[in-house]
Write a protein of this length. Structure first.
Length: 298
């Protein structure tokens, strides 16, 4: 007689949990990223963790600007900027401003798998200074990353190459701009968090803002004109909208001059030496009628 058969399932393994997630792991030998549990299980925004994991998975030198991250994720600039700020505040992301031998300012972005790293970010390699004439020095392009002067975003874009030999003047930087104009541009994000400008954009807009300030427009009025009735969604970078408003908005009328005291400009009274009549003049003498009569008699 055949052995009896049972339709009941085999008893579950004692190590298998009865609830919650069950991991089915595969040992990877390529195309994987090591992430600490402190980052993967970080409480708060899921966008922040996703942005951090994505940046850690990228090779060194990949662009991590807000625009580049927005092309990968479906979230907008506001959420991406907020995630970068949270990572910077937590110590996972750090930015360093460096000056090239050509005088340009660049900002490098460092990202740590552990906040702060063991010894901090490595010292950036110093590019060798080319020998020869000035033209040879300017012929070597400088690849760099640049960000906004404000800590509201952590961007990583290439800097402008050095000028050509026939243009010896160097690229302008924020240190060459009027401090008042730079302060106005940096304060725009306090009114609208979307108005985050990079260093290159601030350098491009600062001369127009300085012209408004020179025309007598106060900083508060400039801020109102630039942030009033902005669209709900930007189809381009905010710097394009600000540049259009600075270029096309007519300057406000200058304030009226302070009232002058007309009485203070009047000449003092003098007594005529001939007819004793009072008249206004700087010095004593004859009135107009006596001078006319004197000339006619002569």
């Amino acid at each position: 007689m055949a052995d009896p058969q049972s339709n009941a399932h085999a008893r579950a393994d004692a190590a298998t949990p009865t609830s919650g997630v069950i991991h089915l792991r595969t040992r990877l030998t390529a195309d994987f990223t090591v992430i600490s549990n402190a980052l993967a299980q970080r409480r708060g925004s899921a966008v922040t963790v996703g942005v951090a994991v994505y940046i850690l998975s990228l090779p060194t030198g990949s662009p991590v600007t807000i625009a580049a991250l927005c092309e990968h994720f479906t979230e907008g600039e506001i959420l991406i900027s907020r995630a970068l700020r949270e990572l910077e505040a937590a110590g996972y992301l750090e930015r360093r401003r460096e000056r090239l031998p050509s005088g340009q300012i660049r900002t490098r972005t460092y990202f740590y798998d552990v906040p702060g790293g063991p010894d901090g970010p490595p010292e950036p390699p110093k590019p060798p200074r080319p020998r020869g004439s000035y033209a040879a020095e300017q012929s070597a392009p400088a690849s760099a990353t640049t960000t906004d002067a404000a800590p509201a975003s952590a961007t990583n874009a290439e800097a402008t190459p050095a000028p050509a030999p026939d243009q010896p003047e160097q690229q302008s930087s924020l240190s060459d701009m009027a401090p008042e104009a730079v302060a106005v541009l940096a304060s725009l994000r306090r009114v609208d968090p979307r108005l985050v400008l990079s260093e290159r954009e601030a350098v491009r807009l600062a001369p127009a803002v300085a012209g408004w300030l020179a025309a007598g427009v106060p900083p508060r009025q400039i801020t109102e004109l630039l942030t009033l009735r902005l669209p709900d969604h930007f189809l381009t970078r905010p710097a394009g909208i600000l540049a259009f408003r600075l270029r096309e908005t007519p300057l406000p009328a200058p304030p009226p001059p302070p009232p002058t005291d007309h009485h203070a400009a009047l000449l003092p009274f003098q007594n005529c030496e001939e007819c004793e009549r009072a008249f206004r003049a700087l010095e004593p003498g004859r009135c107009r009628d006596c001078r006319t009569h004197l000339r006619a008699t002569a």
